[in-house]
Structures are given as structure tokens and as C-alpha cells.
Design a protein around this ligand. Structure first.
Ligand SMILES: Cc1cc2nc3c(=O)[nH]c(=O)nc-3n(C[C@H](O)[C@H](O)[C@H](O)COP(=O)(O)O)c2cc1C
Length: 193
């Protein structure tokens, strides 16, 4: 029997009303429709401290870092919606990547990332939708051996884009975002099936 692809979906924002959390949930829906099992992770729940090598020397990994790394290892791919802060990825997202990238005894290097497949989207109230942040995120993930799919989507004017129930007002945008989720699911089905 073919293995069901497992995808971890998260946003690079801890904000309660985050547009990126809403957007990644839409991508997740596309992945589920395409046959994947998707887990949504709210990075806020991890309470990750800022990465600090002195802290790491004392505790190795904070509790939230352990949860994050276990979840990442337990999934074949990622759906990530990243806000753009000062033209790059958010500090929240980079901090999570940094903690997850640290080696642990008995684990191969970058065990959370190597060979994983990722689909990227972004949302911002600005007109570019966070597109510049995705350029950096793609590079960061590629450098730690994640296979980042070529298709991506940046949602501009995000503050006007969603209905009350979290769905997107624009059907074309919804189809594109769901399509990115589906593309991750279908790529993984070929790789892990
Ligand atoms: C420090 C900071 C820098 C920001 N820089 C940018 C930026 O370069 N480009 C952009 O489109 N939005 C920028 N924004 C606005 C964010 O995109 C906006 O707050 C967005 O809603 C955050 O994502 P969220 O809704 O998922 O929390 C910035 C916001 C902050 C707090």
C-alpha cells in the first residue's frame, strides 16, 4: 500500500490574527484534498527562546525545540507561509529554523531538513505580498538540503483578502494556494509512495 505523505504546515508569525496562518491553512487544505495528512503547527505554542549558543550549551534544546524537531522529523514535507520583515524572512521563522538545524547526538546532520519537500507562500498587507522574503526563505531552505518546489505565491493586500471564516475572497488566489499544497502532496506521493 502506498505511504500517505505527511506534511507539517506552519507560518512564520506568532500573531493571533496572522494572515500567514490563515494562508498556510488554505494551502494545507489543498494538500489534504490531494491525499496528504497535514498537521498545522502554531509556532506560538513552542515558546522558543531566541537562539543563543550559551543557552544551547546549558540545555541543548528548549522544550519547544524538541517538539519542533520531532514534528519535523515525523513529516515528509513542509508548507510554510512566511511574513516579510524588512524585506526578508521573519525573525520568528528564522529562529525556528536555526533551533531545528542544530545537531543532536545520534542524529545525522540537519535531520529535520535533508530531503524534505517544501511549498512556500507569503502574505502581507503590502502590494508585494512578502515576495522578497520568499526569495531569502527559498535560499535558506535550499542551503540546508530542502527541496523547495518552484511554484510559490505572495498574497498582497492581505488585510483585505480574507473572509470572516478565513477563506480567501478571490477564487483564483485560493486555487493557486491550494494548488501549492497539492503540488507538495503529489511530489511527496511520488517520492515516498
Ligand atoms: C518589523 C516589521 C517589518 C516589516 N517589514 C515588512 C516588509 O519588508 N514587507 C512587507 O510587505 N511587510 C512588512 N511588514 C508588515 C508585515 O508583513 C505585516 O505585519 C504582516 O501582517 C505580518 O504577518 P502576519 O499577518 O502573518 O502576522 C513588517 C512588519 C514588521 C513588524
Amino acid at each position: 500500500m502506498a505511504l500517505v505523505p505527511k506534511i507539517l504546515a506552519f507560518a512564520g508569525s506568532t500573531r493571533e490574527g496572522s494572515y500567514n496562518k490563515k494562508l498556510v491553512k488554505i494551502a494545507a487544505q489543498g494538500a489534504r484534498t490531494a491525499g496528504a495528512e497535514v498537521t498545522f503547527l502554531d509556532l506560538r505554542d513552542l515558546n522558543l527562546p531566541l537562539f543563543d549558543e550559551d543557552l544551547e550549551a546549558k540545555i541543548v534544546l528548549p522544550e519547544g525545540g524538541k517538539i519542533l524537531k520531532n514534528l519535523m522529523r515525523d513529516h515528509h514535507g513542509f508548507l510554510i507561509s512566511s511574513p516579510e520583515n524588512n524585506s526578508s524572512v521573519s525573525a520568528v521563522l528564522k529562529n525556528a529554523i536555526d533551533w531545528a538545524s542544530r545537531p543532536e547526538p545520534g542524529q545525522p546532520p540537519l535531520s529535520c531538513f535533508v530531503g524534505k519537500v517544501a511549498g512556500l507562500v507569503a502574505a502581507s498587507p503590502g502590494v508585494l505580498g512578502g515576495l522578497r522574503g520568499l526569495v531569502h526563505l527559498r535560499m535558506i531552505l535550499g542551503n540546508i538540503s530542502v527541496i523547495v518546489l518552484p511554484q510559490q505565491f505572495a498574497l498582497g493586500k492581505a488585510h483585505e483578502a480574507f473572509n470572516e471564516d478565513g477563506s480567501l475572497k478571490d477564487a483564483k488566489a485560493r486555487d493557486t494556494v491550494e494548488g501549492i499544497g497539492a503540488a507538495v502532496a503529489k511530489t511527496l506521493a511520488k517520492l515516498v509512495g
